[in-house]
Design a protein around this ligand. Structure first.
Ligand code: ADP
Length: 254
C-alpha cells in the first residue's frame, strides 16, 4: 500500500490527527503484510506433502502393478504425507479460530492438576522410550477452556518426547502460587540454541527444518500454544540449554 496522508507541517490539531491516522495506516499495513506472509507460508507447507504424494502416485502408475514392494512402500509414504497434511490443516483451522475469538465464551473452572496428571498418564502409556515423572500436583482451579489447555499441554509433552533422545527424562508439574498456576514440562533433550529461543515461537519456524519435518513437526505447535495461553491472558515461558534440556511453562492467572 504505502499510503500516507501528507502532514500540514503546522503542528496543529489537524497535523496531530493526520499523524495518528498515518500511524494506524502503518499498523494496518503490517497486519496485512503478516497475513499475506502467513498465507504464503501455509501454501508452501501444504505444497510439500502434495508434491511428495504426486511423486509416489506417478511411481505407482508407472511401476506399481509389477512391483508389490514398491507398491507397499509408496502407499505407506502417501499415507504418512496425508497424515502430515491433516495435522497441518487442523492446526491452520485452530489458528483461525483462535484469531477469531471462537473460544472466548467457553471458559469454565477446571482442575489443572488433573490435566497435568492426565497428560503424564497418557505419556506413560504411549511412550516406553523415555522416563516420566510427576514432580508436583497442586489441584489448582482456573477458569479456562479446558480442552484448549489440555491441547497445549499435550503439545508441550509431544515436543519433549520428539526432541529428547531415548532414555531421557520428562518431568511434569502443576504448582499453585498466591495468584498464579504454573504448568511445567521439563525434558533432558537436545535443547534450543540461545539465539533461537525467541524464534521458536514464530509460525512455521523450526530450529532444524528438515529433521523436524521428518518427525511430523509443522513448526506451528509453539505459536499455537502461545495463542492459547494469550487467550487466557497468561504467559508461555521458554528456558533451554543446548545439549542439556528444555523447560516450558504455561503461567495462568487464577
Ligand atoms: P514443531 O511442530 O516443528 O515441533 P513447534 O512450534 O512445536 O514446531 O516447535 C518449534 C521448534 O522449536 C521445533 O522445530 C524445535 O526445533 C524447537 N523445540 C520445541 N520444543 C522443543 C523441546 N522440548 N526441545 C528442543 N527443541 C524444541
Amino acid at each position: 500500500l504505502n499510503t500516507r496522508i501528507k502532514e500540514t507541517g503546522n503542528d496543529d490539531e489537524l497535523d496531530q490527527l493526520i499523524k495518528s491516522l498515518n500511524q494506524m495506516i502503518g499498523q494496518l499495513e503490517s497486519a496485512f503484510d503478516a497475513q499475506k506472509q502467513f498465507v504464503s507460508d501455509a501454501s508452501h507447507e501444504l505444497r510439500i506433502p502434495l508434491t511428495v504424494i504426486q511423486g509416489y502416485s506417478d511411481i505407482l502408475s508407472s511401476w506399481g502393478k509389477e512391483n508389490p514392494q514398491l507398491l507397499e512402500e509408496s502407499v505407506d509414504s502417501i499415507n504418512e504425507e496425508i497424515q502430515n497434511m491433516k495435522k497441518l490443516v487442523e492446526e491452520l483451522l485452530l489458528i483461525t479460530r483462535l484469531e477469531n475469538n471462537y473460544f472466548t465464551q467457553k471458559f469454565e473452572p477446571a482442575d489443572l492438576g488433573e490435566l497435568v496428571t492426565k497428560v503424564y498418564n497418557e505419556c506413560e502409556m504411549i511412550d516406553a522410550t523415555h522416563s516420566f515423572e510427576l514432580t508436583r500436583v497442586d489441584h489448582c482451579l482456573v477458569k479456562c477452556n479446558e480442552s484448549l489447555i489440555l491441547q497445549a499441554l499435550r503439545a508441550l509433552a509431544d515436543n519433549s518426547m520428539k526432541y529428547t533422545p531415548a532414555q531421557g527424562k520428562i518431568c511434569f508439574s502443576c504448582t499453585e502460587t498466591a495468584n498464579r498456576c504454573i504448568l511445567s514440562v521439563t525434558d533432558t533433550g537436545i535443547g534450543i540454541p540461545e539465539s533461537e529461543l525467541e524464534n521458536v515461537r514464530r509460525r512455521f519456524f523450526r530450529v532444524d527444518g528438515d529433521r523436524s519435518r521428518e518427525t511430523g513437526g509443522t513448526g506451528l505447535g509453539l505459536s499455537i500454544i502461545e495463542s492459547i495461553v494469550k487467550l487466557h491472558r497468561g504467559e508461555l515461558v521458554i528456558e533451554s540449554t543446548l545439549g542439556q534440556g528444555t523447560n516450558m511453562k504455561i503461567i495462568l492467572i487464577r
